[in-house]
Design a protein around this ligand. Structure first.
Ligand SMILES: Nc1ncnc2c1ncn2[C@@H]1O[C@H](COP(=O)(O)OP(=O)(O)OP(=O)(O)O)[C@@H](O)[C@H]1O
Ligand SMILES: [Mg+2]
Length: 234
């Protein structure tokens, strides 16, 4: 029995069709193993037709998967009808942000293909074992990481992009290099969404302080570096 059939029972019919479509396009082979299971998504390890390792992120279709969806749709200004279309929009939004971040030189898994509720991207890991999130793997240079990550926040912010869920859970440590993942809660930066940027910055700053790196840049200073106008009228 092909391995993707083994997983068929965890997917709804629509998702299963989408997986078959990506397989027939050569973007993925069988889903070789689960890497991560969240409330809202599954991530699998697979290969593309050139035998390159890929990660396959499948957003779940079940009702109630995203409690925050209405708030995010309002902030994103997307208004598609029907649950499946909304999840598809949600996934496309994530993929687009990841593409833009990748294009700007931010360390993110290479976005390869988006189809409906599925994203195929470069696999961050060695052989078939995935890199661990920074919360579990502290083997890195905190000063160098803080420099890179705070710079990524600024670079993205200047392009009006907020990751929206930055934390040591969503930063993978590949041989000492940080990779930002999970753009599923990304938002366009404006005064209306400034609190989400502030949250990202404070989570990162607090985390670095908690692991003994004290030279974090104050939140307001980072925001000012992105765009001083964001703080006007405060
Ligand atoms: N490109 C990748 N390469 C290796 N491992 C990955 C990759 N993408 C995701 N993972 C693993 O899968 C886990 C879940 O991925 P991710 O954070 O994108 O989804 P999630 O937390 O379920 O997100 P969501 O908020 O959309 O539910 C990650 O913590 C990471 O361990
Ligand atoms: Mg995550």
């Amino acid at each position: 029995m092909p391995k993707s059939k083994v997983y068929a029972h965890v997917f709804d019919e629509e998702t299963y069709r989408n997986i078959v479509k990506l397989k027939s396009g050569g973007y993925i082979s069988d889903l070789l193993g689960p890497i991560g299971t969240g409330k809202e998504s599954y991530v699998f390890y697979s290969h593309d037709q050139h035998d390159r390792s890929v990660a396959v992120k499948v957003h779940r279709h079940h009702i109630g998967a995203f409690k925050q969806i209405p708030t995010y749709l309002r902030l994103r200004g997307t208004h598609s009808r029907g649950y499946i279309n909304r999840i598809d929009d949600w996934t496309r939004y994530e993929f687009n942000f990841q593409q833009r971040a990748f294009g700007m030189g931010v360390n993110v898994p290479e976005p390869i293909r988006n189809y409906r509720n599925i994203i195929v991207m470069g696999f961050i890991g060695e052989n078939d074992s995935p890199a661990r999130p920074a919360i579990q793997d502290r083997d890195f240079d905190a000063k160098a990481w803080y420099g890179k990550i705070s710079n990524y926040i600024v670079l993205m912010g200047r392009r009006h992009m907020i990751h929206g869920d930055l934390s040591p859970y969503n930063i993978l440590n590949l041989k000492g290099e940080p990779f930002l993942i999970d753009f599923s809660q990304a938002l366009k930066l404006s005064k209306m969404t400034l609190s989400y940027l502030s949250r990202d910055i404070s989570i990162i700053n607090n985390w670095f302080v908690s692991i003994g790196f004290e030279e974090t840049i104050p939140e307001k200073e980072i925001i000012r570096t992105i765009d001083p106008l964001l703080l006007s009228g405060e």
